[in-house]
Each structure stands twice: as C-alpha cells, then as structure tokens.
Design a protein around this ligand. Structure first.
Ligand code: SP5
Ligand code: ZN
Length: 345
C-alpha cells in the first residue's frame, strides 16, 4: 500500500510526561514510527514524502488563534527565558466552567492551558513541524484516493484524534483524521465516514463533526467512565442538530476480550454501510493490542489482519491514519497487518 511517511516526525521528541506524579519517558515516542517504517520497508510497501500543503484544510478544521498559538508556541516559550530551551512547557491552569475562554491571555502558560485539555501532551521545538507533516500526509493521501487509489496509509506521528478545533490533548496537536475527512469533502465526496478504532475515544474528531450529517463518526473504545479521555465517548452521544444520528459511540468495558471488540466492529460496519459513504477514514490506533502499556484490550497480531480484511469488505476508498499504540516494537507488525489484510481481501 502506498504510505506517506515523513522524517519530520522525529522533530517531535519531548523527553518526558507525567505519570502518577513522576516524570516518565514519553509513551508516544519517535521509536514508534521507526518500527512502522522498518516493517513497511521489510514487507515491500512504498514510502512517499507528503507533497500537499494542508494549510487550507487546517484552517477549516482548527481555529485561527489555535493554529497561530501552536505554530509559535516554542518560540514564545523560548522568548520568556533562553534557559527554556532545555525545559518542556506544561499547562497548569485551565478555563473550566464559569471561566472565560473567549479572551486569549497574554501569559504563555495561561494560553497553553486555554488550548490544552490535559497536561499530558508535551511540546518541544519540533512539534509544529512534525504535526504539520502529518496533516500534509492526510491531504496527500486524499489526493491519491481522488486519483483512484483504493487504500493509502499515513504513517504519521504525533497522533491527532484527541485534538479539537482549538485544543491539543492526549499526545495530539492537529487532527489528521479530521483533516482527511474534510479534504475528502472538498474533493467532492458527499458522504464520508470516520471509523476510530484507537483504544481511546476520538473526542476531537467527534466534536469537529458532531453537528454534521455529511461526516459520520463511529468509534470503538474503552469506556470513558474509567478510560481516557473520560469526558466524552459515551453511548448516548448521537449527534446534534443536522448531525443527529451521525455519531455512534461503542464503548466497551476496560479489559474486554477481542471477541467483544469484533462484535462491536460489526455494529460499526453495519452503521457505516447504511451511511453509504464515498470514502472512509480510519483512525488507526493500535493501543487495543494485548501488549499495550497504557491500555486494557487484548487484540493480538493476527486480529489486525482480520480488521484489515473486514474493512476491505466495506468496498470504499480508505485512508488509514496512524493514531495511538505504545507497544513500540510490535507497532510496525500490527499496523502493516491491518493494511495487508485490507489489500488481501
Ligand atoms: C492518541 C492516544 O492514544 N492518546 C492517548 C493519551 C492517553 N493519555 C493518558 C495516559 C495515561 C496513562 N495511564 C496509564 C494507566 C496504566 N495503568
Ligand atoms: Zn489511544
């Protein structure tokens, strides 16, 4: 399968995140992409550098002030103190209920909190460049579907599905899956489906399309009552206004076995078939893997081939966008199993 891959991903390499009050190495690491690249090449897939500029589509997905903040965040951080080059910025204050988010503060940390849903998404000097390359990959992949390609894989990091119109979170900065969906709409697809199979609910993607009927959002994920992102992803979230009925959440209890996951996948596929989409975007998180260090589902390597085969049966041109998956050494095998399962069918 043609795969978009940029070495720019490696520019996003924060040193640590917080876990139970301690600094721990980031789960979302450059090594993840290295393993994916290695497995793609070993199994004969073609890697291409993204060649589209996602900026026009990004402007339709994210707000101007969020994009401006993200692009300049590192230089603003450095401007506060040259010693910040060796420090990671983290938010420490957020505009929760009753506080105002319409006025952008001048203070850097206050702006970082305004544009963040958690303190778990560390920024570094190359975050914007890496994230932008991922969004460029999503738009490039859509161009290939327009040219008749049946499936294209974006082997991108950092991931995107937790990022909303004006916030980062969950290791995500720019919502690559939403960028792909929006680019497909612009390219003339009247109906698009986004299937999110990451262990964590794709709150950003859901929120971006919640009031729209042209982009169906379907997600299989750990029950947010116990799993990140906690504040979205419940079964009663079915869409709003014109989008009523075009959002389907299929939360599963933490620790669910693979058979329950595949049962939910059937429900998801039935809903997508009914939508009659012209194109499909798959938010391909692989943190449903039994060996994932931060998740509790139990899929094995072969289950990813089965997932790819099942998605091929939808018979719709498909863009796969890499999301989570933190068992780095197994990530390449699992990702390539999905895309080869898809091609096999
Ligand atoms: C894209 C993606 O998969 N983002 C996930 C973000 C998860 N952030 C919260 C991490 C909290 C880790 N808790 C681990 C509990 C292990 N027992
Ligand atoms: Zn995840």
């Amino acid at each position: 399968m043609i795969t978009f891959f940029s070495e720019q991903h490696a520019l996003h390499a924060p040193e640590f995140e917080f876990f139970r009050g301690e600094r721990v190495p980031c789960f979302e690491s450059p090594a993840r992409a290295v393993f994916v690249r290695q497995q793609l090449l070993a199994r004969g897939h073609t890697l291409r550098e993204p060649d589209a500029d996602s900026r026009p589509v990004l402007a339709q997905v994210h707000t101007p002030r969020y994009l401006a903040f993200l692009e300049r965040a590192w230089s603003d951080w450095m401007a506060l103190d040259p010693a910040n080059c060796a420090r990671q910025p983290f938010p420490s204050v957020w505009p929760v209920r009753t506080l105002r988010s319409d006025v952008e503060p001048l203070n850097f940390t206050a702006r970082l909190g305004l544009y963040s849903m958690d303190n778990g998404s560390p920024l570094c000097a190359g975050t914007w460049a890496a994230a932008k390359a991922g969004a460029d990959a999503a738009v490039s992949a859509v161009g290939l579907l327009g040219a008749g390609e049946r499936g294209v894989f974006c082997a991108t990091r950092p991931p995107g599905h937790h990022a909303g119109a004006d916030f980062m979170g969950g290791y995500c900065f720019l919502n690559n899956a939403a960028v792909a969906a929006q680019a497909l709409r612009q390219q003339g697809c009247d109906r698009v489906a986004v299937l999110d199979v990451d262990y964590h609910h794709g709150n950003g993607t859901q929120s971006l399309f919640y009031d729209r009927s042209d982009v169906l959002f379907v997600s299989l994920h750990g029950d947010p009552r116990t799993e990140y992102p906690f504040y979205l992803g419940h079964a009663d979230e079915t869409g709003a206004g014109a989008g009523e009925g075009f959002n389907l959440n299929l939360p599963l209890p933490a620790g669910s076995p693979a058979c329950a996951w595949f049962d939910a996948l059937e429900v998801a596929c039935a809903r997508m078939a009914r939508h009659g989409a012209d194109a499909l975007v798959v938010s391909l998180g692989l943190d449903t893997f039994a060996g994932d260090p931060i998740s509790t589902f139990a899929l094995k390597a072969d289950d990813y081939s089965r997932l790819g085969q099942r998605l091929a049966k939808l018979a719709v041109p498909t863009v796969f966008v890499l999301e989570g998956g933190y068992a780095a050494a197994e990530l390449g095998v699992n990702a390539v199993n999905v895309i080869e399962g898809f091609e096999q069918d």
